[in-house]
Design a protein around this ligand. Sequence first.
Ligand code: TYM
Length: 321
Amino acid sequence: MTASHRILSGIKPTGEMHIGNYFGAIQQQITLAHESDAYIMIADLHALNQVHDAAILRSNITSTLIAYIACGLDPEKVTLFQQSTVPAHAELTQILGAQVSLGLLERSHAYKDSIANGKPVNLGLFSYPVLMAADILLYQPEFVPVGNDQKQHVEIAVDLAQQFNHRYGEVFRIPKEYIPAEVGTIPGLDGRKMSKSYGNVLGLFEDPERIREKVMKITTDSRRPEEVKEPDTIVHLLSLVDAAAGDQLRSRYLAGGVGYREAKELLAEALIKKFAPLRERSLSLAEDHNYLARVLTKGAEKAAVVANETLHAAQRACGLR
Ligand code: TYM
């Protein structure tokens, strides 16, 4: 990745951020963002499909902004913005909506999961992939860093871009998802994908006592300390926090002689050490309302320049201008 590469990514402010978001998205987005031309978005219009309390949504938007900056994103180097403050997202969604078939949207995992779990589905949730395609295509990125669960959404964005370009001429660059294999799916406390909807998350800024309690609850089998063990969620998470400590624990699992209690203690202390400074930073950022407001104002101005250029090109191509 170099400064000439453009990337775009985002997070939905639906609640507490977890370490799955951190290792799966924030950490790699920050690394990539600082070496490229990056647009990072707080996807509040997406969250609106799920969060129906204004005060909670507002507070989630702020805590997502704080999390990005506390984790090291430098708003001077990266365009960090709130999606709904750039109206081009909603406008391009309407244009792309005229291209998309219902069949494509019906195949979306997020929609199928909601139906399968008997959750209510609103139009916003059904058309979610179209808004996400607009989010991406407006910025003409080469890469979209995300976790595995968002891969299908990026593929839909590619489909829509190709359809539009085919019908009206080249307007959109065809993006590609960027998913490093080792962080594609971060496991939660029960071994399934870490996700708020499974209730198996470790919060990003949780206090040390809570982290210890939760780590002790990680699901394991009943092997005794002396027995040989399969590398599991504990090893996986420890490797992400501290690669050398993770390797060492993996070898001890394979040799036998380490109990799950000790492994969990190692993980809990490593997590506390890693996230304590970030937690401190998040607490002091939360006091600085003026700074946070300035970041979003400046981010919206910078994002709108690029987004409007693409929107106008799309409008010209399809005859709206
Ligand atoms: P969201 O808010 O659900 O998740 C934000 C990012 O975190 C990743 N992630 C994970 N990665 C690995 N393991 C996990 N357990 C895990 N949990 C979450 C997600 O893959 C994602 O990268 N639709 C998006 C937000 C969005 C967006 C965009 C992203 C809106 N527009 C445009 C990229 C480009 C979402 O709901 O992510």
